[in-house]
Design a protein around this ligand. Sequence first.
Ligand code: MF3
Ligand code: CO
Length: 251
Amino acid sequence: MIEVRSEDEIRRMERAGEIVARTLEALKEMVAPGVSTMDLEDRAEAVIAEAGGKPAFKGYRGYPAIICSSVNDQVVHGIPSKKRVLREGDIVSIDLGVVYDGFYGDAALTVPVGNVDPEVQRLLDVTKQALAVALPEAREGARVSDIGHAVQSYVESEGFSVVRHFVGHGIGKKLHEEPQVPNFGKPGSGQRLKSGMTLAIEPMVNAGGFDVKVLDDGWTAVTADGSLSAHFEHTVLVTADGGRPLTIKKD
Ligand code: MF3
Ligand code: CO
C-alpha cells in the first residue's frame, strides 16, 4: 500500500526537504579543486545539526556516512574519504537524506568541479532535465511506470542510458517505502498515483552503457564500462497538477 500524507505530514516533509536542500546548496558552493569528499561530509554534518535535523543515511543498512559522494564513473553510494580529493574537470554526485520530526527528505545533485568538457556538462544537463520531465508524470491518476517511461525516453533520445540496478522509491515515515520507482519501462502499469503520495524520483544516467558493478567496499557503485555517471533526485509530492518537489528552499 502506498501511503497518502495529511496536510500536517506534508508540512513536516517540507521542513525535512528544506534542510536537505539547504545542505546540498552549501555543499555545492564548496565544490572546487582541492576539496575532499570528506570535507563535504563534515560540512553536511554541521549544516544538518544547525537546522535541527538528523542524517538519514548514516547507519542505514550499515552505511558509514551522512552523504553519498560519487565521483566520475561512480554512480551512487560513494563513501566520503579524505583521500578522494576533487580535481578540475571531475564531476561529483552528492546524495543526502535527512529526517526531521519523524519525516524524511532525500535529494541528490551532480556538480562540475571547475571547468568540465561540454559533453560532460551535457550529461549533467540531461540528467537534471530527466528529473524535470518526470515531474508532470507524478500526478493524480497516472501510473508509477509513466514516470520511468518519461525518464528513459528522454535520456535515450539524448544518447545516454538509464541505470536499471537502482530505482527511486516511496518516502515519508521511512527512507524507503512502497512503491519502487524505476527510471525505465513501459507506460501504463504499476499502481495508480493519488494526491498526497510522496516519492523520491532519482534518475541515474550513464554516458555509456547502463550496467553497473559494486566495488569491494560493498557500497560504491560504478559504471561497468568506466563511463561517467550523473544523478539528480527530489522528494516529490504527487498532486493533481504533477509532482511538486519538497526538497527545495522556501525563501
Ligand atoms: N538516495 C539513495 C536512496 O534513496 C541513497 C541511499 S544511501 C544509504 O536509496 F546509505 F542510505 F543506503
Ligand atoms: Co533516494
